[in-house]
Ligand binder design. Structure first.
Ligand code: SF4
Length: 159
């Protein structure tokens, strides 16, 4: 069953900045989402891009989690690497902490994040093989936010 996005009465909502129209994806594109656009118009969207906030530029090489998911990265048991083998784990962890800080500061209890991203994905992410295959798991930021009690849906969960 699809999860419902946070309701209009629920206050501020953390959102992936690319869903709000910011061109911050690894390839320099955005992925605007109608429900997030409404939150922005209502002044309720709290934007985060954990990869930029962690210090990575745009555009940037795509990266995937190798050896587990975001929870394993937080536990020090998996890493985030680019296809060329560059380890960007520290940047992903820094970006996740920035997102959590921003959520706490604004009193956020719910989030709409970008599906399958190694940062923002919730429930399914790319599997670390750089072959577009997916596996169960959360991105690094989604893992940290959910461990801290923030309710997350993705753009693909919205009904
Ligand atoms: S999915 Fe998350 S990390 Fe990736 S561009 Fe969008 S906001 Fe940034």
């Amino acid at each position: 069953m699809k999860k419902k996005a946070p309701s209009p009465a629920d206050g501020p909502v953390l959102v992936s900045a690319c869903l709000a129209g910011r061109a911050c994806r690894f390839d320099g594109s955005a992925d605007p989402d109608d429900r997030v656009a409404r939150l922005v118009a209502e002044g309720r969207a709290v934007l985060v891009c954990p990869e930029e906030d962690g210090g990575l530029g745009t555009p940037r090489p795509p990266a995937e989690i190798v050896g587990g998911d975001g929870h394993d990265v937080l536990a020090g048991e998996a890493r985030v690497v680019t296809a060329a083998g560059v380890d960007v784990t520290d940047e992903y962890l820094r970006g996740a902490r920035v997102a959590l800080e921003r959520a706490r500061r604004r009193g956020v209890t719910g989030a709409i994040l970008k599906a399958r991203s190694p940062s923002c994905g919730k429930g399914r992410i790319y599997d670390g093989s750089f072959s577009r295959k997916q596996s169960e798991g959360d991105g690094v930021t989604a893992a940290l936010l959910s461990q801290e009690g923030i309710d997350i849906v993705t753009d693909e969960d919205q009904g």
